[in-house]
Structures are given as structure tokens and as C-alpha cells.
Design a protein around this ligand. Structure first.
Ligand SMILES: Nc1ncnc2c1ncn2[C@@H]1O[C@H](COP(=O)(O)OP(=O)(O)OP(=O)(O)O)[C@@H](O)[C@H]1O
Length: 408
């Protein structure tokens, strides 16, 4: 168990008291999702509950092992998995909170507005999803492009490969730097600069076999690949099929396969026949989608192959440049802050100097006044000899007499 849990302990309900539990965000097939505040860091997070009381110890172990893998999956396009915790019946997963909605909300927004999603934005979202899938399918990060003509070397697979298994618009979260405010509102959202984050990774592997999943899963498998429908094992290429369906939905504002009944949907998926995307979009986009929604696993492209596409290389390069520009803005803001602090300090220093100067002037004037008073009263001059010097002689009572004597 996570060691912090030992330090913070559990409250009366057996929940981790390191977190303040806030409102419910929604409910999925496995349980409730809530916002929580991580008290030590003051960070807003999401807590996903998974009821696992019905699982045997082997299934539980597999679930925990998957959590462990997911907690190592750090990528800017993947929802960060921070920690997990459990009591007897419930597993709590603590994840990054994505406040700007998801792709399904974005698609609904464009559908309602009767507008197409701009093609440039679609390529940008595609590049980000594929970069995240590359990280999962190969266990290693994609090397940034020097130029759009760079050809990436074929990837060498690392350890802990992850297949998403449930790629769909509702699991693709969005955030944007221009986003103002805390809660999702499509009107306020600037979709031209979105950061994509894939959520709900991999855990389906442990959960789908459980009785709980079989009885509670209510989702429609619009994005499920034909091989998975035919009970063949999942492979990274199953994610690519789902990816193709998601991109199709972004263009057509509806999934490629729809049907009134589950059986009919299965039949349509297995034929892999779907309508062309609207003419508004380029031939290149249509052909990438077509290559992904391909029954034949031998010709369906991998994340690596797709990322070689010139449009995707352009999208990646422009994302890299945007990130670079954002970093420059951050750097500029930091410099402005430092400049402001220095200006404030210079002001304070000036004020201090003025105070010292005025204090010194006052003391000096007081000393001079005192001296003048002493002179006027004919007193013997005392102190501040540097002020008197030659003039000191003039005030000796016998001075004039002595001078006159000398002249004679
Ligand atoms: N990291 C997150 N940040 C913000 N909201 C989230 C996050 N994860 C999930 N949610 C929201 O919580 C709700 C439930 O999510 P969950 O993933 O459990 O179920 P689902 O994806 O809706 O359905 P299913 O479990 O069938 O896939 C959804 O509205 C989802 O948008």
C-alpha cells in the first residue's frame, strides 16, 4: 500500500484521510467518480471507485499489478495516474483531474452548432492521440521531430506495454491553456488549442473478465474492433481500429457503425463498411481513417506507421512549436515578474536612501545650528573641529589684541 497512507491513516469510513472528498462527477461501469482534494499538495484530483469485493485474490492481484504499471505511465497526453488505495471492498484510483471536458462533449457541441470540426484541429488531436498510443504500445516515448522530413526509426519495444482497450470519445479528455474558469463550458473553450489526454487506460483487462463488469457494462461497443467482437485477443491494432472510429466520428459527428440492435451493430462492424466522411475534409484524412478501420490485421497500420504520414508530421511539428512558444511565454512572464520584483526593490532602496539622507541632513543642520549658537554666545568652541579649522582663531577673546601687537 502507498506509504503516505500509513502517515495519514484512514477515517471512520475506512477512507484515506489524506484526501478531502468533494462532489461526484459522474458514474461509469465500475462505480462512482468524484473530485477530491489532495490535502498535502492542495491539488484537485479525481477519485475513481472500483468495487472489487466480488473478485478472488488472483483477480485482485492482477488489478493491483495493472495499477502499478499505469502509475508508471507518464506522458503529457495521458491522464496522470497518481496513486491507488483500497479498503475491503473498494479500490480507489487517484488521477489527474481534467476540467475542460472530453471529445464526446466537443463532438456534441459542434453537432449542436451544425458546424464541422476544422480539419487542422482534427490532425492535431490525431497526432496527440497517436503519440500517447505510441508510448503505450511500444513502452517508449516518441522522439521529437527536428524537421517534418524526419523519418522516425522503427521503435524497439520496451517493458510494460499497455493496450488501451476502451478508446472512445468519452475517454479522451481535453484541456487548453486559453481555458478560463473551472468548469466545462463549450462557449468559453478555445478548441483551436487543445491538449489531449487519454484516460481510463488498460484496467479493462482485469475488469472485463469480472462478473461485475459483465453485469454492469452498459456501453455500446461502437468503437470495438471486429477481432475483439469475435473473441480474439486484444492487440495494439485493436486500439488503432477504435482510433479510426473516433476520428471518423470527429469528421461525421456520428460513429461509423450504428444500429438499432446490438446484433445488427456487430454485423455492421464485421463488414467494415461505412459511409465516406463529408467532402468538406481532405482525401488524405479519409484515407487515414479508412486504413485504420480495416478488418485485415495484416494491413491495418500501427501507431508508428501512422505517425509517418506527412500531415501527422506537420501536426506534430506545429504542436512542438506551440509548446516551444508557450514555454517562451512562460519564460517571458517569469522575466517580467523578476523585473517587477527588482523594480520594487530598487524603489524600496531609493526610499531607504532618501530617509538616510534626510536624517543625515537633519543631524548635520542641528550640529551646525548648535555650533552657530555657541559662536554667537562666545562660548569656547567644542566638537566638530573640521568645521572650524582656521576660523577657530577668530573667536578667541585675545586674538584681535595679539594681532594688533604683532603689526606694531
Ligand atoms: N480524469 C478525469 N477528469 C475529469 N472527469 C473525469 C475523469 N475521469 C472520468 N471523468 C468523468 O467521470 C464520469 C465517469 O467516468 P468513467 O470513466 O468512470 O465512466 P465512463 O467513461 O462514462 O463509462 P465507462 O465506465 O462505461 O467507460 C464521466 O463523466 C467522465 O467524463
Amino acid at each position: 500500500m502507498h506509504n503516505r497512507r500509513m502517515a495519514f491513516g484512514q477515517n471512520a469510513e475506512g477512507q484515506n484521510s489524506e484526501y478531502e472528498v468533494l462532489e461526484e462527477i459522474g458514474r461509469g461501469s465500475f462505480g462512482c467518480v468524484r473530485k477530491v482534494m489532495h490535502i498535502p499538495t492542495n491539488k484537485l484530483m479525481v477519485r475513481k471507485e472500483i468495487k472489487y469485493g466480488h473478485m478472488n485474490s488472483k483477480e485482485r492481484q492482477q488489478l493491483i499489478a495493472e495499477c502499478s504499471i499505469l502509475s508508471q505511465l507518464k506522458h503529457e497526453n495521458i491522464v496522470e495516474f497518481y496513486n491507488w488505495d483500497s479498503n475491503k471492498d473498494v479500490l480507489y484510483l487517484y488521477m489527474e483531474y481534467c476540467s475542460s471536458g472530453d471529445l464526446s462533449q466537443m463532438i456534441s457541441y459542434y453537432k449542436k452548432e451544425r458546424k464541422y470540426i476544422p480539419e487542422k484541429l482534427i490532425w492535431s488531436i490525431m497526432a496527440q492521440i497517436l503519440t500517447a498510443l505510441y508510448r503505450c504500445h511500444y513502452g517508449t516515448d516518441l522522439i521529437p521531430l527536428e524537421t517534418i522530413y524526419d523519418k522516425a526509426k522503427p521503435p524497439i519495444k520496451g517493458n510494460n506495454l499497455v493496450i488501451h482497450r476502451d478508446l472512445k470519445p468519452g475517454n479522451i479528455f481535453l484541456s487548453t491553456r486559453k481555458w478560463e474558469g473551472d468548469e466545462y463550458s463549450p462557449k468559453k473553450m478555445d478548441y483551436n488549442k487543445v491538449l489531449v489526454k487519454l484516460g481510463d487506460f488498460g484496467l479493462a483487462k482485469s475488469l472485463e473478465s469480472s462478473i461485475e463488469f459483465a453485469t454492469t457494462y452498459v456501453g455500446t461497443p461502437y468503437y470495438m474492433s471486429p477481432e475483439v467482437l469475435m473473441d480474439q485477443p486484444y492487440s495494439p491494432l485493436s486500439d488503432i481500429w477504435s482510433f479510426g472510429c473516433v476520428i471518423y466520428e470527429m469528421c461525421s459527428l456520428r460513429p461509423p457503425f450504428q444500429a438499432k440492435t446490438y446484433m445488427e451493430l456487430q454485423r455492421r462492424i464485421k463488414t467494415a463498411r461505412f459511409e465516406r466522411i463529408p467532402d468538406y475534409y481532405s482525401h488524405e484524412l479519409q484515407s487515414v481513417i479508412k486504413s485504420c478501420i480495416d478488418i485485415n490485421l495484416g494491413t491495418r497500420p500501427s501507431a508508428y506507421t501512422l505517425l509517418q504520414d506527412i500531415q501527422l508530421r506537420i501536426a506534430r511539428k506545429s504542436l512542438q512549436l506551440e509548446r516551444f512558444e508557450d514555454n517562451l511565454f512562460d519564460y517571458e512572464r517569469e522575466l517580467i515578474n523578476i523585473g517587477n520584483i527588482l523594480e520594487q526593490q530598487a524603489g524600496e532602496y531609493e526610499m531607504e536612501m532618501a530617509n538616510i539622507r534626510s536624517q543625515y541632513r537633519k543631524e548635520f543642520e542641528a550640529a551646525v545650528e548648535q555650533r552657530v549658537r555657541e559662536i554667537m554666545s562666545g562660548k569656547k568652541i567644542s566638537g566638530a573641529p573640521e568645521l572650524m579649522n582656521g576660523r577657530k582663531q577668530l573667536h578667541r577673546p585675545d586674538y584681535h589684541w595679539r594681532m594688533r601687537e604683532r603689526e606694531r
